[in-house]
Design a protein around this ligand. Sequence first.
Ligand code: AHR
Length: 489
Amino acid sequence: MKKIKMSINALDKKSHINPEIYGHFSEHLGRCIYNGIYVGKDSSIPNTNGIRNDVIEAFKEIKMPVLRWPGGCFADEYHWKDGIGENETRKKMVNTNWGGVTEDNSFGTHEFMQLCELVGCEPYIAGNLGSGSIQELAEWVEYMTLDGGTPMSELRKKNGREKPWKLKYLGIGNESWGCGGTMRPEYYVDEYRRYQSFCKNFSGNTLFKVACGPSADDYSWTECLMKNLNKFTANAIALHYYTLPTGSWDKKGSATDFSNEEYYDTVSRTLFMDELITRHVEIMNRYNPEKDIGLIVDEWGCWYDVEPGTNPGFLYQQNTMRDAIIAALNLNIFNNHSDRVVMANIAQAVNVLQSVILTDGEKLLKTPTFHVFDLYKTHQGGELVYSWNENEKNSNGTPAISQSVSVKDGKMTVTIANTSLESDYEIECDLYGFDAKSVSARILTSEVHSYNDFDNIDNVSVKPYNAELLGGKLIVKLPECSVLSVVIE
Ligand code: AHR
């Protein structure tokens, strides 16, 4: 077994890890909302006002901090007034982005806000800048957050919600460079500035306004945005980057059937996230050295060809140990950039792309990606501290080991991924500035193609793990293809 040295300095505090870095995204796409999250009050599947109880419990288990809705591309064709009031009167529409199916709007603002209340997470509304109007968005904010005495707040009361909701996160336009309007950054930023002016803080509610940021490595988009925004107009800009194993949108590759080479390419394309964040942040630092405009990684995750036999517009894919490794790498990267990255949302929560949950009728399973969110949840709200490892390289040159470390309430969380499919590693880790007395650990490891299906929902699951403290050092033996979470007190 190869040995690797690691070092942690608990006295060298770097930045706060916002819980929202562990955020999620839900879109009216395929079976994410309907069947996945929402089954309607009359369903035989146990539910609370139509929202699946098993989904609520699973979201709570990983301490879901924030949920983005209603899209995605869907957000820029969504008209919120179609999704309020009696179900029978709600207007139907065609979901032009995702399979051309009929959207009956039975899941709307009230249902989404109730979901967030039941889960205990922050709602994050993606507003329609592409095909909506300023008045429409301004009224939505008023409907949700203003106490009373205006047409919108009275309409909310008439629809059964007396008290306003708290709404912090408001996105204004989604992928405005693409499905959200194919805009030039110069045009978008002026539109954004106009829209955000009319999204007001009501009744003690304070909005955190998010501008549409770049697609992957479009640095000129970030440059234009940062030149034209300041902390009075935007609290954050939102980057979208998906890992495509082959790098091609035409043939993305199978979620379950892949070679070792394709696996390592997937790792490499995921690690590009680190370069992306570094370079976008360099631009942000020039215009906003105070760092009061955050970077949100609004959509991230692996995007494969859909499962054979499923609707191509529904983006349903399986989720293997490869996805667990990809999730672990991304979350370590976000933690390590938490001085600027204030939120990140994996796409998507249920039945779409790199989901944490898959459903089939009344059945529900937790994917390997779910288990990584579970392993990492003690990072939420912690302070990132300095960590280093001497590392080894995989056959394609990518680093084998990735880690991040945080401290909260006297407990240290160390998360480590071994991306290698060929080597186990023994890690000997120096712990500076931390009086380690006890250690507990949990591990997720399995053959890289393994996944959970409805016949075997626990094929890949978290197991207790024996980590050691020897002479003040942490000693762990990491099997190939594994994700480990260690909590030291
Ligand atoms: O997550 C699927 C789609 O990917 C979203 O709707 C869009 O924002 C992105 O292109």
